[in-house]
Write a protein that binds this ligand. Structure first.
Ligand SMILES: Nc1nc2c(ncn2[C@@H]2O[C@H](COP(=O)(O)OP(=O)(O)O)[C@@H](O)[C@H]2O)c(=O)[nH]1
Ligand SMILES: [Mg+2]
Length: 251
């Protein structure tokens, strides 16, 4: 049976991670073997204790919840990459998904993202988009939405890609793509990089989703103009590098 693993990168998400695990496991369909792998970078707030409690609750019959507790080389992109590697090498995942773990991305939509890959063998990556169809960004204010729209338009026009949400972070991908393309960058720019590299060689399918405010706790990135400009510089650098390295792509 196909194995699907959702990698859940967390830092100080004690108030959100238990609910997210519950909702992901409740939404899973019997079409495949499903598990979640939480990747915690030594959160001081006790996030891992909540995960261990869920492991005790859910793992009696089969391992549905696992924890990768990292004490070195911290950071969001490295956490997701470590989770992807563990999902494939240790848990034998054929498909890996990942998402933010603050409630801003809908756990109930994960099976829909996965089914885009299962129903069509030519689709290699499925990605949630706030900027297509019924998608929306209700989780951010006007400034963040506008900057995100500018970055996404720039990514599309400058690289020649076709996607509408390169900074999504809500992704499901086949093992074959993930063993071929590794994540580059520190934070959200890794997503622009992997999606653009993937769409040059494979079919990447978007699925509309509505991003909502985090359930509880605080954003790690901050939300003032300076934080966005610092983040934006890295995004722009990634887009320029993609065009320089790979050229303009008109697929
Ligand atoms: N493992 C790990 N997860 C992180 C790190 N930084 C942020 N995260 C997680 O990444 C996701 C997005 O972070 P969030 O604070 O919501 O940032 P924002 O959405 O950009 O405001 C959440 O699930 C965080 O818990 C980190 O350094 N390590
Ligand atoms: Mg967030």
């Amino acid at each position: 049976m196909l194995k699907v693993c959702s990698v859940l990168p967390v830092y100080n998400e004690r108030e959100n991670i238990g609910r997210l695990i519950d909702e992901l496991l409740a939404a899973a369909t019997p079409d495949y073997d499903y598990m979640v792998l939480v990747v915690d970078d030594e959160s001081p707030d006790g996030t891992a204790d909540v995960v261990r409690e869920r492991m005790a609750r859910y793992n009696a019959a089969a391992e549905q919840v696992a924890l990768l507790y990292r004490t070195n080389d911290k950071g969001l992109t490295k956490a997701i990459q470590a989770g992807i590697d563990t999902a494939i090498e240790t848990y034998g995942a054929d498909i890996v998904t990942w998402m933010d773990c603050d409630g801003s991305m809908p756990p109930a939509e994960v099976p829909n993202l996965v089914s885009l890959l299962i129903q069509d063998p030519t689709v290699a990556v499925a990605v949630g988009s706030r900027w297509t169809g019924d998608g929306a960004d209700e989780g951010h204010g006007f400034m963040a939405r506008t900057l995100s729209w500018i970055i996404n338009t720039f990514a599309k026009v400058w690289t020649g890609g076709k996607l509408t949400d390169y900074t999504s972070g809500f992704v499901a991908a086949r093992k074959a793509v993930l063993t071929q393309i590794r994540l580059n960058g520190d934070y959200g720019e890794y997503c622009i990089d992997i999606l653009n590299r993937a769409e040059r060689q494979h079919t990447v399918q978007e699925m509309p989703y509505v991003c909502v405010p985090r359930w509880a706790g605080e954003s790690k990135t901050g939300a003032n103009l300076w934080d966005y400009l610092v983040k934006g510089r890295k995004y722009v650098r990634t887009i320029v590098t993609l065009r320089r390295e790979l050229g303009y792509f008109s697929g």
